[in-house]
Design a protein around this ligand. Sequence first.
Ligand code: FAD
Ligand code: NAP
Ligand code: SF4
Length: 679
Amino acid sequence: MSVSPVEKSPYPYLLSPLRVGQQVLRNRVVMGSMHTRLEYGENAVSRQAAFFGERAGGGVALIITGGVAPNWNGRIEEGARTLEREDQLDEHRPVVAAVHAYGGKILLQILHTGAYAKHGDIVGISDIRSPINSRAPRPLTAAEIEATIEDFVRCSALAVQAGYDGVEFMGSEGYFLNQCVTTRMNNRTDEWGGSLQKRIRIPVDIVRHARARIGPQPIISYRMSATDLVEGGQTGGEIDTLARALEAAGADMLSVGVGWHESVVPTIAYMAPRGAFIFAASRLKAVVRIPVVGSNRINMPQVAEEILARGEVDLVSLARPLLADPCFVNKSAAGRAAEINTCIACNQACLDYIFANKTASCLVNPRACRETRFPLTPGRVSRRIAVVGAGPAGLSVAVNAALRGHRVTLYEASGEIGGQINLALRIPGKTEFGEMLRYYRTQLELHRVDVRLNTAVSAEQLLRDRYDAVVVATGTLPRTPDIPGIDHPSTVSYLDVLTGRVDVGRRVAIIGTGGIGYDVACFLTAPRDVPDTIDAYLDTWGVDPTIAIPGGIRAPTVHTTPRAVTMFQRSAGRPGERLGKSTGWIHRIELRRRGVKALAGCTYRRIDDEGLHYAIDGRDHLMPVDRVVICAGQEPNGAMASTLAQAGCEVHLIGGARVAAELDAVRATEDGFHLAYEF
Ligand code: FAD
Ligand code: NAP
Ligand code: SF4
């Protein structure tokens, strides 16, 4: 597929139009499908219309909806939607209209979850249970398979009737259609299992029959797994065969997915380098003539532009980056990429919210999926507001209050904005947090926030300056646990370690297994001689880019680590189990491979010249170490608020200064954002 660069455009490949089937897309940005839960609850239709409409208004060419099941069994969970009847079309028409009003196009994604379904009516191609589901599916009969194909086809026709520009069949990430094509999940011996031709029959029949039913004009996109990253997955040759068969059956476009939900390779979290999995999509581009869409960790226009300019794919799919910033495309086109609120691939408020049965949102953009609740309107009266502390809580309130027309002065004791985020981005794999600070720097300037760095402002000073309101966002102080010998010279705080103030030595004990304890362990055991390249990353996680082996995985490469680290916690239970669901498993695997031990149920006896003395189940132990690093949580640092309140000042406490327990950057940013909407 040749690309004709748009002259004088900052991103000539990214912003050039492309014909897909019988339709023309205005640029190369596809908004990938996301399960947001916006389709549940009150005002679901208007909330979706606002969400998708803003993204179309932000310049995206093609939007793929969240997955909608073609039948009852295919739903992802109780309450999830199906599209089976004409009387359901009114749930879709306003959403389609909102996207069309901005010149965007939208496809309905049709998703059958098969063995992944989280409800009692679970069916599958076989009776094989997915390792991430407690329930095994009931295998479909041959007649039910025929009926399921018809359900997909009928759903496609209904989508077109609702006004969608076409459909996408979800055949990746380990869902039903992906399950059908692998021997990992398909053990049938009838005409739907066994040989490759029989295993791929369901997806190919769906595409062929859907094309015949809806005609040539609507787009048919097929989201296919370009590498499964699970044992018993497809080989590269099998994937190529499926791609060609889908093209021949009438697909207009192949959108590429990478890995299954149970894969033990991080494919979207921050440690995955940008564009790390484009190799899988570009393999497919070599075997078909229809456009191929690449995805995973494409979070800035320059990354997308380079991938497109190299001809690796024809379009890029951005999902989380459009939660983070609906105006990604328009900002790129206007040469304002520095203003993009970049997805830092933390998964904390999107995927982790979904796992916690909440509506998705975004750490860096708490307005995401809450567009109707937080309209872009100015405050009633412009006020003079002082914000104390430029961590995520202070930055969020300062920028959003200024955006709403208030005059804001932001005080920061240190010489840089960011608070604890400056420590986070020193952790290997977490450099994306730097984008968050780049975004805030740009926004502070754009909205004329008066930023006073190196200013540890006092309550007295703030009272003298007579602000209309003061926001105390002064964060936390590290907790000093009550352990005999806590002031022994071998004992240091995580702050000393991460800022490089101390030499840590070769044997280290870490007290605390929270997010910071894990990050410090990761920091201290990071292998020294591994280059920061995509190849090295794939090698470390055992990814075979040739996909010669079924599933495209092999043994991971284990690197030598510079020191021996042991982590301790007082509570019982598996260390690290409270880490974020979508990233915690990665940290646990990574540290296990580096030989880090984590001990639970510990009582700390003392720290002395011999090392750390502790007991488990009443039995005393000694761990000889060079250093004991304290990562035992935080205490709020908001005392100035009561002085201000006593003097009659309107004062607001947010972030860690308000409550230190359960604090993270999501809560800090949300606190600031919500407060800005109260002004
Ligand atoms: P802080 O970030 O602590 O900011 C408070 C600011 O106030 C500081 O800059 C301080 O200098 C300033 N200040 C204090 N007193 C005054 C004064 N009198 N005048 C002016 N300024 C003052 N969270 C996540 O969600 N995800 C992660 O992956 C993650 N990783 C982390 C990794 C590490 C190593 C660390 C240390 C933290 C991590 N966090 C992470 C936690 C996250 O950074 C914090 O929860 C968040 O920064 C708290 O925000 P805050 O604004 O409340 O406070
Ligand atoms: P944390 O998650 O609350 O963990 C504190 C640890 O210290 C726990 O392991 C706790 O375990 C231990 N502890 C608490 N009180 C203690 C005491 N008196 N004596 C000894 N040990 C004690 O806090 P954190 O690690 O400081 O992290 C701060 C915040 O930043 C967290 O909310 C975290 O979510 C966030 N963060 C997130 C990430 C991420 O990747 N999402 C990364 C870093 C930080 P026991 O009580 O069992 O001993
Ligand atoms: Fe990206 Fe994190 Fe926002 Fe999810 S929560 S969209 S990963 S920045």
